[in-house]
Design a protein around this ligand. Structure first.
Ligand code: GCW
Length: 671
């Protein structure tokens, strides 16, 4: 007890110096994310068990609980040698004490956030008879930031980088980093790649390694490791060597020394993420070496420190008859050749983060290599930070497909491309925060349903009132299907505008542009029908899938036009129906949100209303653009009951759908 008192005194003094009071200094700007906890009148009594030593991580756990735990139960934290995962925890109740026990301080922190989440979602009854045991499903739960060193963010829709091109030692930025770490820890995210996969070799300069070390130090107490994306040509560009050939001795030596320098500054550095021989990035292929040879060279250099290599499988060359075939064709022959500290990081689908795609065939067939999925949290192809598109349902669909064939999820790591920037509400919209939250929750427990995640998030972000939570849970859980319906139903994919991935331009095909960067390559509309024939009579992509999943995909209505070219007679009316449904759904979201006014503060209510409104208008634009354009091939009338278009095709082809948050006055001027 004496020891506890001693720690409490340290704690108090630390608190005074801590420098930021989480959750108290902001109005309702969305900045507080799902952590809008209110400090009760009286601090809770949180103790450390006598056999447990205080660490910076445990300090945070105690600080959070003593500030925000409202119950009059005391809480005891204890490190114990339990038969659970290192990041897991066990919560039990004895007499009037709640015990959080874990093997590591990280486990205690996760346990603390677990309790606080239960409190915020109105579910605080902890039973005395049955302890709660939680362990994360995946060992590596990692965000990928596509942040450039100049502070811009590739496919970022929420301002500029919180890591780069800012004076890092500035107090405000330090606060942002801690808030960032805290938000991640609260949902169990334990790793972050700080820079874009289109990586500047300069990321490995002495100065940037020091900056990385500073960031790592700030994130460390929250259980978060840092990783960097590296450019495969770094030995040449940064090191001045004549080659970056992975089998060249000097090249290996250069990487070994660089890695030693990194670990000297950051002893718990996580490792590298690499985009190689993809979209113009350098790679081992430049020297006629394989992906495995490239990845293994880095893996060997990282191994003495326990570092890992996440090697991306996102590869596709121009002039290929089917982009969907390529990653499989290139990586399957390498199965079994990668070191055990390499993880091949595969986008969920074979194309590129479309509103709906089947799972990449690599997940079913690469069985002798560590693999991990890469999801995209940032909504590059699903309405950016303007449209609400809750991605949990998409990620579930992916998990279900993989599990249907492989029984378990065959990976221990998972990555999500972050949607975080320096905008006040982090993600460019309040609803987009739900995707960051959902990624963390699913990386911890992929069995949580989308409804559970949505309702948890809504309760913490807005209010517990059932009249808010129930309808808004439905909105969130329907939102992704709505986006699919009004953008690309029935398996249509990648029919975006030429220079952005927000609006539709199914007709975009200027001369000189790579065919696989134009929509007609994907939709293949002609006088007979529409859709990409990926059966044996076409690209035979279906053959890359094992039997059971192949027959499912072959017949699945949601993938009809992904795998088949279908006659207009058979698909036109259905296509119109889908687009019409999407528009109706988007309009319905506006109505539901309007009726939520009494539950939401004015600032967030109005901003979100403008976004839902915009989403509904864009849905019309998408529907009209796609149907009017496809009608030039089908020559069929809109079916009965399908509303008249609001736009004319010639206007839609003249203007591009704007991506910025234009105002209501702007909207009225649009065609
Ligand atoms: O989705 C596409 C994006 C690129 C991105 C690339 C990738 C980082 O349009 O912006 O580059 O994929 O994942 O490498």
């Amino acid at each position: 007890m004496k020891k506890t008192l001693f720690f409490l005194i340290i704690l108090l003094s630390l608190t005074l110096n801590w420098g930021f009071k989480a959750c108290q200094c902001y109005a309702e700007t969305g900045h507080q994310l799902w952590l809008r906890m209110i400090e009760p009148q009286q601090e809770a009594n949180v103790m450390l068990s006598d056999d447990t030593f205080l660490t910076p991580t445990i300090y945070i756990a105690i600080d959070e609980l003593s500030r925000y735990w409202r119950k009059d139960t005391d809480i005891v934290l204890r490190i114990a040698n339990l038969p659970i995962d290192n990041d897991g925890f066990c919560i039990s109740k004895e007499n009037n004490n709640i015990f959080i026990q874990a093997r590591t301080d990280r486990g205690l922190l996760y346990g603390a956030y677990y309790l606080l989440r239960r409190q915020s979602t109105g579910n605080i009854k902890i039973s005395s008879s049955k302890p709660i045991i939680e362990s994360p499903k995946f060992k590596f739960r990692i965000l990928n930031h596509w942040d450039n060193l100049n502070g811009t963010i590739e496919r970022g829709f929420a301002g500029r980088s919180i890591f780069w091109n800012i004076p890092l030692l500035n107090q405000k930025n330090n606060t942002i980093l801690r808030e960032y770490a805290r938000a991640n820890a609260s949902v169990g995210i334990n790793g972050t790649v700080l820079n874009n996969v289109n990586a500047s070799p300069q990321i490995l300069s002495e100065e940037n390694i020091l900056k990385t070390a500073y960031i790592a130090e700030t994130l460390r107490p929250y259980g978060i490791k840092v990783y960097l994306s590296v450019n495969f040509a770094s030995p040449k560009v940064l090191g001045g060597l004549p080659t970056a050939d992975p089998l060249d001795e000097d090249v290996c030596k250069w990487w070994k020394e660089k890695i030693a320098e990194i670990y000297n500054a950051i002893p718990d550095f996580g490792g590298f993420l690499v985009k190689a021989n993809s979209e113009g990035q350098p790679g081992p292929g430049d020297y006629h070496r394989t992906h495995a040879e490239g990845a293994n060279m880095l893996a060997d250099a990282l191994r003495p420190y326990g570092g890992i290599v996440m090697w991306r499988a996102f590869v596709y060359a121009p002039n290929s008859p089917d982009r969907a075939n390529q990653a499989y064709d290139e990586f399957m022959p390498l199965d079994g050749l990668f070191r055990d500290n390499v993880i091949v990081q595969i986008k969920n689908g074979p194309i590129d983060f479309q509103p709906r795609e089947p799972a990449s065939p690599l997940f079913f067939s690469m069985r002798k290599t560590n693999i991990m999925p890469e999801f995209q949290i940032t909504q590059e192809y699903t309405g950016e930070s303007i449209h609400t598109c809750f991605l949990s349902t998409m990620w579930h669909e992916f998990f279900d497909d993989i599990q249907s064939e492989r029984k378990i999820l065959p990976f221990s790591a998972i990555a999500g491309v972050a949607n975080i920037g320096n905008s006040e509400n982090w993600c460019g919209s309040d609803m987009a925060q739900a995707n960051w939250y959902a990624f963390g929750r699913l990386a911890w427990n992929p069995e949580l349903s989308s409804e559970e995640i949505a309702s948890e998030w809504l309760k913490q972000t807005y209010t517990n009132a059932p009249k808010f939570v129930e309808p808004m849970t439905r909105v969130l859980c329907d939102s992704r299907e709505a986006v699919v319906n009004y953008m690309m139903p029935l398996g249509i994919h990648h029919i975006f505008a030429g220079n952005h991935h927000y609006g539709p331009e199914p007709w975009y095909a200027p001369r000189g542009v790579r065919a696989d960067w134009t929509p007609p390559y994907y939709h293949k509309a002609d006088s007979l029908g529409i859709g990409f024939d990926r059966t044996a009579t076409g690209s035979n992509n279906l053959a890359q899938y094992p039997e059971r999943i192949r027959s499912r995909y072959d017949m699945a209505p949601e993938y009809t036009l992904y795998f088949h070219h279908v006659s207009w007679q058979n698909v036109w009316n259905l296509l119109c129906e889908k687009y019409d449904t999407g528009v109706r759904q988007a309009e319905g979201f506006v109505d539901v949100w309007r009726s939520m006014k009494e539950f939401v503060d004015t600032e967030r209510f109005e901003l979100q209303l403008a976004k839902f409104d915009r989403q509904a208008k864009d849905a019309w634009w998408w529907r009209d653009a796609c149907l009017l354009y496809f009608q030039t091939f089908s020559k069929m009338p809109f079916p009965e009951g399908s509303p008249a278009p609001r736009h004319r095709l010639e206007d839609l082809q003249k203007y591009q759908l704007r991506m910025d948050n234009y105002t209501a006055a702007d909207i009225s001027k649009l065609p």
